[in-house]
Design a protein around this ligand. Structure first.
Ligand code: SAH
Length: 238
């Protein structure tokens, strides 16, 4: 008899939990932290592109940092990811994403896969993402993070991104997440007519300038936007 007496009570509770999305919240305990990150670090600093904000709300950033850093994943700062490299501060990822105006179906190249987080944000918007990483261990780790977080369709290549990924181009947008002392000409040639590229330009280990480059036909214009600090774009010996 106790079984029959309990069953009717348990059922509504289970249904209620499902209706409130309790299982999803249990699977991702970081939903609230992400919401706070978007409000306090990103919207408050003027990023307002709905697609970008939705992506930052969705992508599980904690799956793109080393396990021992997970609790700091949504903090307002870059974090070390090994190999002397870093995952960018959330605001910078959002700002760069908004600048290139990615939309579903666009072909986007990223130079500097690192953790894979920026690539995941672009993919969450529905872009077809190609990303190049020069450190072999990071290319493997970034690709693994992307698979774990559900972005296996992002294509990752180990190589020197100075040369872009010409076989997959041209691109609607290019996002460079390492600082170069000049804009790599091969990247310009891989921009479609009307495409945009965002890239930190300046000397390594000093403050650089985030630049927005736009190609219109053979015309290339660039605009300086924000002082930033990125790890250097290194070069593979050829
Ligand atoms: N977008 C990354 C940020 C990584 S930091 C993220 O979301 O986590 C910049 C990355 O650029 C580093 O992983 C570094 O190894 C890589 N990098 C530096 N020079 C490169 C080059 N020439 N080609 C490709 N990747 C490069």
């Amino acid at each position: 008899m106790p079984v029959a007496a309990w069953a009717p009570r348990l059922l509504p509770v289970a249904l209620l939990a499902a209706a409130l999305g309790a299982p999803a919240a249990a699977a991702d305990p970081y939903v609230r932290e992400r919401e706070r990150m978007v409000k306090e670090q990103i919207e408050s600093r003027g990023v307002d592109d709905p697609a970008t904000l939705a992506a930052l709300r969705t992508v599980p950033r904690h799956l793109f940092v080393p396990e021992e850093r997970r609790r700091a994943a949504y903090d307002d700062r870059p974090l070390p990811i090994g190999f002397g490299q870093t995952i960018s501060q959330p605001f910078i990822v959002a700002y760069m994403t908004q600048l290139v105006q990615p939309r579903a179906g666009m072909r986007v190249l990223e130079v500097g896969t690192g953790s894979g987080y920026q690539a995941a944000v672009l993919a969450a918007i529905g872009a077809e993402v190609f990303t190049v990483e020069i450190v072999e261990g990071l290319a493997a780790w970034g690709a693994q993070n992307l698979r774990t977080a559900g972005f296996a369709r992002v294509q990752v290549r180990h190589g020197d991104g100075y040369h872009g990924w010409p076989e997959r181009g041209p691109y609607d947008a290019i996002v460079v997440t390492a600082a170069a002392d000049h804009i790599p000409p091969p990247l310009i040639t891989q921009l479609k007519d009307g495409a945009r590229m965002v890239i930190p330009v300046g000397s390594p280990f000093r403050t650089q300038t985030l630049m927005l480059v736009t190609r219109r036909g053979e015309d290339v214009t660039s605009e300086s936007l924000l002082p930033v600090r990125f790890v250097p774009l290194t070069r593979a010996p050829r």
